[in-house]
Write a protein that binds this ligand. Structure first.
Ligand SMILES: NC(=O)c1ccc[n+]([C@@H]2O[C@H](COP(=O)([O-])OP(=O)(O)OC[C@H]3O[C@@H](n4cnc5c(N)ncnc54)[C@H](O)[C@@H]3O)[C@@H](O)[C@H]2O)c1
Ligand SMILES: O=C(O)C[C@H](O)C(=O)O
Length: 314
């Protein structure tokens, strides 16, 4: 028996719930939202696809009743405002910090052993906030963003190379922000051939630039931020935990000296399994990548300091 709670029944939360439910990834899923009836409605809608999708998973929706989430193995936190066109993810900190702090406390009251996946933006800072206020072992707090940014990087590479995305391996590390993410173009490859051998430098640089503003591009097109690829990637991460896949996924995790950083949550490749993030994969970055990582850390640290200014953390 495995149980997953998803907090926030909006675009990302409901998409993640839908994918997890129809793929029978868990035995039980609870979708919870603060908006009366909203999670119930989303759950009912998804469950009415059971006759045609033939799954066994039981999904329920509840309004603010955390007792129903008790003993969850994994909790996915998507509650909070999404950005609108023209905004940065960082602009959301004022509202989302309070929401995430309260939600984490509610969740842990009923599921003290859960592994938490933090999605709400600005994600690296919300993950740091969770580490600082929850007292959880660091491996049970996982910031979600790198897997999505990497999907976008691989997608844009696949378009430039005119090949299926499954032929490409690429990763994005650093912060989950328009200017802080670091698509690792030097290490990306298509079936063993470095993409820098397959694409001219200006094309490759365009792929990197498109990846970095991938979320902003979608926000401009949609009027709110993306949810299909985010919900799908979140479900991918939940499955990696529930099935103890030991899958290497870039995630924002609390660093204590790794990659030269301390007291910060930032995207690095980690092995994901039944204990959350189990270990950090140490990539050998070149000097340029190291400098970008340091710059990214400095920007995320500035956002983390806002939490002190807001008196959300001591
Ligand atoms: N880290 C990432 O890669 C990534 C990707 C996509 C979206 N996001 C972020 O995820 C968040 C959700 O995005 P969305 O598109 O699903 O937004 P949405 O507005 O569709 O859904 C958010 C939901 O949270 C609910 N909510 C608000 N406060 C709550 C509370 N205290 N308790 C429970 N539920 C509460 C709202 O009622 C709403 O239904 C945003 O902050 C967005 O920026 C992050
Ligand atoms: O772009 C956003 O604000 C949402 C999310 O972080 C994303 O990358 O899709």
């Amino acid at each position: 028996m495995t149980k997953v709670t998803i907090v926030g029944a909006g675009n990302v939360g409901a998409t993640c719930a839908n994918i997890l439910t129809i793929s029978d990834a868990a035995s039980e899923i609870v979708l919870i939202d603060i908006k009366p009836g909203y999670a119930e409605g989303k759950a009912l809608d998804i469950m009415q696809s059971q006759p045609t999708r033939c799954f066994g998973c039981k999904l329920i929706g509840v309004t603010s009743d955390y007792s129903k989430t008790a003993n969850s193995d994994v909790v996915v936190i998507t509650s909070g405002l999404p950005r609108k066109p023209g905004m940065t993810r960082e602009d959301l900190i004022g509202v989302n910090a309070g929401i995430v702090k309260e939600v984490v406390s509610n969740v842990l009251e009923y599921s003290p052993n859960a592994i938490l996946i933090i999605i709400s933006n600005p994600m690296d800072t919300m993950t740091y906030l969770t580490c600082k206020t929850s007292n959880l072992p660091k491996n049970r707090v996982i910031g979600f963003g790198g897997v999505l940014d990497s999907s976008r990087f691989v997608y844009y590479l696949s378009q430039a190379l005119n090949t299926n995305a499954s032929n490409i391996d690429g990763m994005v590390i650093g912060g989950h922000g328009d200017t802080t993410m670091i698509p690792l173009k030097r290490l990306a490859h298509c079936k063993g051939v470095s993409v820098s051998e397959l694409l001219q430098e200006d094309k490759l640089n365009q792929v990197v630039a498109d990846t970095m503003v991938g979320g902003a591009t979608l926000t401009k097109l949609l009027g709110t931020s993306a949810w299909m690829a985010p919900g799908s990637a979140a479900a991918f991460m939940v499955k990696a935990i529930l099935h103890d896949e030991q899958r290497v996924i870039p995630c924002s995790v609390y660093l204590e000296g790794e990659y030269g950083q301390n007291d910060i949550c930032l995207g690095v490749p980690v092995k994901i399994g039944k204990n959350g993030w189990e270990s950090i994969v140490n990539l050998k970055l070149d000097e340029e990548e190291k400098a970008l990582f340091e710059k990214s850390a400095a920007a995320v640290r500035t956002m983390n300091n806002v939490l002190h200014d807001m008196k959300i953390i001591e």
